[in-house]
Design a protein around this ligand. Sequence first.
Ligand SMILES: *Cc1c(COP(=O)(O)O)cnc(C)c1O
Length: 248
Amino acid sequence: MKHNILTNLSHVKARVKAACLKAGRDPGSVKLLLATKTVSAENIRIAMEAGESLLGENKVQELKSKYEALHPFSNQLHFIGHLQTNKVKEVIKYATCIQSVDRIRLAEKLQNRLTFEDRRMDVFIQVNTSYEQSKFGAAPENTLKLIQEVSSMDRLKIKGLMTIGLFSAEPEKVRKCFRLLKNLQEQAMALNLPGVSLDELSMGMSGDLEIAIEEGATMVRVGTAIFGKRPYPDSYYWNENNGPKAYL
Ligand SMILES: *Cc1c(COP(=O)(O)O)cnc(C)c1O
């Protein structure tokens, strides 16, 4: 297992680097986030010992269960799954950044709880660039308004945008999603909102990271290509209420 993870990791890093060079970008401009849903803390540690430290979990319960084992080695534990408002209090105990802020109500809950605890939190705004019903994220046409509203919440620091591209064998359809996110980033930056940096574009996964990098990703989120196949389809892990309890 260890050998596989290390081999896969170096392969993914080589893919990231090649995609950067092809796009005329500095390979240092794209961060690798390990998408670690269902992966044991022990296997995550193998990748961390090889130098990785940016992790993303999809479920609050799973993040909590691995926290003790992981946090001494990483101060970058991102939450990348769908977040229910009733999990806000719990998630901010463990996550250092929430990439899935996709509605005002959730942002308000975060703002209120963080105010109560006198803390701040980095967030990304998640956009549903594929317009699929099954995917979470703000509708693209509502995104600028959401960014504006969140920017007025002093406890939330917007760092960038996040999306999950369309699952399609047609690269041009996938590319459209990433291009839309980049486009929204540019529009939002033009608003010059105080305290909003928006530099990060979290997009691209095992199957489409090259396209995402060509379109300007600054962070790719990779699971399968490093840790192997997961036993359930992703829709299980994207919804907090679903998924195999066996992993928790
Ligand atoms: C699982 C997941 C990933 C990684 O997907 P892979 O195809 O396994 O690389 C990225 N982002 C999110 C939000 C995920 O849930």
